[in-house]
Design a protein around this ligand. Structure first.
Ligand code: ADA
Length: 552
C-alpha cells in the first residue's frame, strides 16, 4: 500500500509479490541475480553498499486488461518495462509516478524496473551531497486494473467562510477510451456529498469535475486535536460506476499576518526537527513503523513540527503527521546548488516536475503548513534570485492556500526575503564559528529585516552541532555528546528567546549517511548532528533538547 489507508474500493488492485529479482548492470555489482524485498535500496543488498550504477528489478505476475503500475518512489532514475516494452521513464527519487499498459492479454507478465543511481549530466538535483542519494525502488509499488477512464488526482481545499467550513473538491479524470464518453462523479468530503455536473470527456482527453461543499459541522484540525475526515470521488462513465479515489483531509487554514503564522487564527510557535529519510542499513526505504517511531521520539522531545529536508517525503510519513498532529514544512528537492548548478540545462525541467508532483500528490495533507524550495542555493546574484522567484511563484500558483519559504544560507545580501511569505535562515553558531548564539540570532534578525524581510515571520530552519554517538568525554571537546548538548541548549535559548523568531527546526533529528566526498568534514561519512544516531539511539542532547523545548 502506498498510503496508510485504502485509496480505492472500486478500482481493482492486483497483487505483486514483494520479492523481486535484482540484477546489476554495471561494474562492481553482483555476480548473479538475487531476490530482494521491495521497497528497499540497492545499498542494503550484501555486496552493494557502495554500488553506483544501473540495476534491474523484475517481478512476474498474473493479470491482464488495462494495467497501471504505481511507484511511490524510485531512486533516482527509472525506466519501466512490461514484457520488454518501455512504458515510462521518471527522474527523481521523492515523488510518485505511474506507467500504464493497455489491453494486456490475461496471463503471466514480467514487470521490469531499471534504476540508475549514478550522478552525472542527466541529473541536476541528485548530486554528491551531505546526505545520500540511494538507488532502488525505495517506496511501495501498486498494481491496479483500470476501466475506460480513471481519476488521476483528488484535491480538497478547505476554507472558512463566515465562520463555516467550505471545501472545494476537484477530481481530475483521464480517458483511456477512443470514444467520447459522459462522466459524472459523486464527490464527498466529511459528511457532505454531491453529484458533480456531468461532462463530456473527450476521447483520450482529460477533464476536471468539481464541487463546493459546505461542512456545517466540521471540527477543525490542529496539532492538539488532529481531526481527519474522508474525501472521495466515485466516477461514473456513461452512467456506470467505474472508478474511485479516496483520501483524507483536515479543516484548517494557514495565514501569515505580520510576523506571525496563524493556523486557524492561532499563532504557531514552531519547535521542530529536520529529518532525512534514512534509517541505518535500510537507507531511504524507511518502513512505516520506523516513521511512526521517529515521530514518537520527536513528540517525546517536545517537538511539534518536522521539516522534510531536502525533498518531498513518503506520503505514509505525511499520513502519520496528519494523524499525530505534527506540523510539516515540506520542500521540493534541491540542496546547496551553486548558480552554475542552477543553470544546468535540466535544472528547470527536473525542478518543475518535482514541484508539480509534490503539490499534486500532497496537497490534501493538513499537516503541511508551508512549502519550501531550494535549500541554500544561490540567492545573492540576480540570476539566482530570478530562479528562486520562479520557484516560489510556481509553488504559490499550484497551491495558493499555503505560505511559501526557502531555507537560506546565513549571510547578508539575500535578494529574495521580499519574495518569501516566511523568511528562513540556516545558522550554525558555536559549531562552524564561535559566535555567541544570542548575538548571532539577533544579528540575523536584523539583516533579514534590512534585506526585504521586515515585518515578516522568521524561522531558523537549521541550527545544530555534531556528536559521534557514544563519544563522551568530560573535556566536552567537539564531536562529544556533551559538547553537542551544550551547544544545542544555547542555540535553542537564543532562537526561542528572541521575539523576532517564530520558530526553530533543529539540525537534525537523526544522523544520516553522506556521500564520500564529504569525508573530511563528516567522520564516518555520516552527518552526525542528529540527537539520535542512525538507529535512533538517543545521544545526551536528546534529553537536553527535551528540557529546553519544555521551557518555551
Ligand atoms: C546546511 C544544509 C544541510 C547540512 C547542514 C550541515 O545548512 O542545509 O543539508 O549540510 O548544513 O550539517 O552543515
Amino acid at each position: 500500500m502506498l498510503r496508510l489507508f485504502r485509496e480505492h474500493e472500486i478500482r481493482r488492485e492486483l497483487s505483486l509479490s514483494p520479492l523481486w529479482t535484482l540484477t546489476t548492470m554495471d561494474e562492481g555489482g553482483l555476480a548473479a541475480p538475487v531476490q530482494v524485498a521491495v521497497p528497499s535500496v540497492l545499498e542494503s543488498v550484501p555486496g552493494l553498499v557502495a554500488y553506483k550504477g544501473r540495476a534491474a528489478y523484475e517481478n512476474a505476475f498474473t493479470g491482464g486488461g488495462t494495467l497501471r503500475f504505481v511507484f511511490g518512489g524510485v531512486s533516482f532514475m527509472a525506466k519501466v518495462y512490461l514484457d520488454g516494452a518501455l512504458l515510462a521513464e521518471h527522474y527523481g527519487a521523492y515523488t510518485a509516478f505511474d506507467a500504464i499498459a493497455e489491453n494486456v492479454p490475461q496471463g503471466r507478465h514480467v514487470l521490469r524496473v531499471e534504476v540508475d543511481n549514478r550522478y552525472g549530466e542527466a541529473s541536476a538535483l541528485h548530486v554528491e551531497n551531505d546526505y545520500y542519494s540511494y538507488g532502488g525502488i525505495n517506496r511501495p509499488v501498486a498494481l491496479e486494473q483500470l476501466g475506460s477512464a480513471y481519476i488521476t488526482r483528488l484535491a480538497v481545499v478547505p476554507r472558512l467562510e463566515d465562520g463555516v467550513w467550505v471545501a472545494d473538491v476537484q477530481a481530475d479524470v483521464r480517458s483511456l477510451s477512443d470514444e467520447d464518453v459522459t462522466i459524472s462523479a459523486v464527490l464527498r468530503a466529511a459528511d457532505e456529498g454531491t453529484q458533480a455536473l456531468p461532462q463530456t470527456l473527450p476521447a483520450r482527453g482529460c477533464a476536471t469535475l468539481g464541487a463546493r461543499l459546505t461542512l456545517a459541522d466540521a471540527t477543525p484540525w490542529s496539532p492538539a486535536s488532529p481531526v481527519l475526515y474522508g474525501v472521495s470521488a466515485v466516477l461514473a462513465v456513461n452512467g456506470r460506476e467505474e472508478d474511485d479515489l479516496r483520501d483524507r483531509f483536515g479543516c484548517r487554514e494557514v495565514r501569515v499576518e505580520g510576523n506571525r503564522i496563524l493556523l486557524n487564527g492561532e499563532p504557531l510557535r514552531i519547535k521542530g526537527f529536520n529529518r532525512h529519510e534514512d534509517y541505518g542499513s535500510l537507507g531511504s526505504a524507511v518502513p512505516a513503523e520506523v516513521m511512526a517511531r521517529d515521530l514518537q521520539q520527536m513528540r517525546d522531545i517536545g517537538a511539534n513540527a518536522v521539516r522534510t529536508c531536502h525533498y518531498p517525503n513518503d506520503p505514509r510519513f505525511l499520513d502519520l503527521c496528519d494523524e499525530m498532529g505534527m506540523l510539516v514544512w515540506e520542500e521540493s528537492h534541491a540542496r546547496g546548488l551553486t548558480l552554475a548548478q542552477m543553470q544546468h540545462p535540466l535544472f528547470k525541467e527536473q525542478t518543475e516536475l518535482c514541484v508539480r508532483e509534490m503539490i499534486a500528490q500532497h496537497i490534501n495533507h493538513p499537516s503541511i503548513f508551508i512549502w519550501g524550495c531550494l535549500n541554500e542555493c544561490d540567492d545573492i546574484t540576480p540570476e539566482g534570485a530570478a530562479i528562486y522567484r520562479w520557484n516560489l511563484n510556481l509553488l504559490r500558483e499550484l497551491d495558493p492556500s499555503r505560505p511559501v519559504t526557502a531555507a537560506l544560507l546565513d549571510r547578508k545580501g539575500s535578494l529574495i526575503f521580499g519574495d518569501c511569505d516566511v523568511c528562513s535562515v540556516n545558522l550554525y553558531p558555536l559549531w562552524y564559528h564561535p559566535t555567541d548564539p544570542a548575538v548571532h540570532v539577533e544579528n540575523m534578525a536584523q539583516y533579514v529585516a534590512a534585506c526585504g524581510g521586515a515585518g515578516k515571520p522568521v524561522i531558523v530552519s537549521e541550527i545544530g552541532a555534531g556528536a559521534i554517538y557514544g563519544y563522551r568525554d568530560p573535556g566536552a571537546m567537539k564531536w562529544t555528546e556533551e559538547r553537542q548538548a551544550q551547544i544545542l541548549a544555547r542555540q535553542i535559548d537564543a532562537v526561542l528567546g528572541n521575539p523576532a523568531c517564530t520558530g526553530i527546526f533543529l539540525w537534525q533529528f537523526a544522523d544520516v549517511r553522506v556521500d564520500e566526498s564529504w569525508f573530511d568534514k563528516r567522520p564516518g561519512c555520516v552527518n552526525n548532528k542528529g540527537v539520535v544516531d542512525r538507529w535512533r539511539r538517543p545521544k545526551l542532547s536528546y534529553q537536553k533538547v527535551k528540557e529546553c523545548f519544555a521551557k518555551y
